[in-house]
Design a protein around this ligand. Structure first.
Ligand SMILES: Nc1ncnc2c1ncn2[C@@H]1O[C@H](COP(=O)(O)OP(=O)(O)O)[C@@H](O)[C@H]1O
Ligand SMILES: [Mg+2]
Length: 286
């Protein structure tokens, strides 16, 4: 039985950045015909068995248009309601309310004035990806003009204390496929690194990692809490990436939960991970 899978990208990177190269043969070996297409192309997405967001990195500037496209696609992974919730980092406040250990986060919607922490901090847009619009400030600095620039673009600004552990240990990304832990990789500090040639994301330095039990335990809490807030089963999430940093006390904190189009680090992990992904796609269609 042949089934069609479309991996969804953006016009600037129509076949992604290479992260998913191993996913294509894995899906093909499990009976899928696989193609890539930018989300805003004229391809017929409605007849595909699985439409999988993989590299739609231009959505932050066009979120409303992107979400209405998501809602028009019957077999979208992750589902449109998940994408709507996850493409605005305001979800961090909901996870905090649900008792998850989250990097302290203050939301400053357009019209509100910001107060800035006395220690180093980060200001970033609540709708953003690839580190765009994120900037680090020294404690006590006046970041009003950055907040105003984000407001002028219609964004809510997010203010967080700078987690200096990213400079030494980086971020830990834990990847879940079909709600089950698959693998992990680490990511070096981003703010201060250079923009990729495409201008869509900051160049990342990635490496395989084996998470400690406290990191996995937090990632599990994050997935449980997010699926409860979304009213779905964890297994309904084809892919999820939980990005953690360590706080000043050494305990893991959630920096970001990526349910939209995260790089899954297939080049940084065991070759079987791409097959686990393909198997998770089959499970979604079963
Ligand atoms: N509170 C923070 N402390 C330290 N570094 C941060 C903080 N927030 C963001 N960063 C850096 O900025 C990058 C981008 O921020 P992130 O919240 O992951 O948004 P996105 O990946 O969606 O652009 C992170 O990978 C991290 O390197
Ligand atoms: Mg991130």
């Amino acid at each position: 039985m042949s089934r069609g899978a479309i991996l969804v990208s953006c016009a600037e990177l129509p076949t992604g950045d290479g992260d998913d190269d191993a996913v294509v043969p894995a899906l093909e070996s499990l009976g899928f015909s696989v193609s890539w297409a930018p989300w805003d192309s004229s391809v017929d997405f409605s007849s595909a068995d699985a439409v999988i967001l993989r590299a739609t990195w231009d959505y932050p500037e066009r979120r409303a248009e992107f979400l209405s496209w998501c809602e028009s696609v019957p077999a979208l992974y992750n589902p449109a309601a998940v994408i709507r919730w996850n493409t605005d980092k305001s979800y961090l406040a909901e996870l905090l309310d649900a008792g998850v250990a989250v990097v302290p986060t203050v939301l400053v919607p357009p019209g509100d004035a910001a107060r800035f922490p006395s220690s180093d901090f980060v200001v970033k847009p609540s709708v953003g990806a690839g580190s765009r619009g994120a900037a680090k400030f020294a404690g006590g600095a006046d970041a009003t003009s950055h907040v105003e620039a984000l407001h002028a673009e219609g964004h809510t600004a997010l203010i967080q204390p700078y987690q200096s552990s990213v400079d030494t240990s980086g971020e830990l990304a834990l990847v879940y496929l079909g709600g089950i832990y698959s693998h992990a990789f680490s990511k070096g500090a981003m703010l201060g690194s250079t923009m990729d040639d495409s201008g869509l994301y900051l160049s990342e330095s990635l490496a395989a990692a084996s998470p400690s039990p406290d990191a996995i335990a937090l990632a599990e809490d994050v997935l449980d809490a997010a699926s409860a807030l979304l009213g779905i089963l964890r297994a309904e999430l084809l892919y999820a990436r939980v990005d953690l940093v360590r706080g000043a006390d050494g305990k893991p904190l959630l920096l970001e939960l990526e349910l939209t189009e995260p790089s899954l680090g297939f080049r940084q992990t065991d070759p079987a991970a791409a097959m686990r992904f393909a198997s998770a796609v089959r499970q979604q269609l079963a």
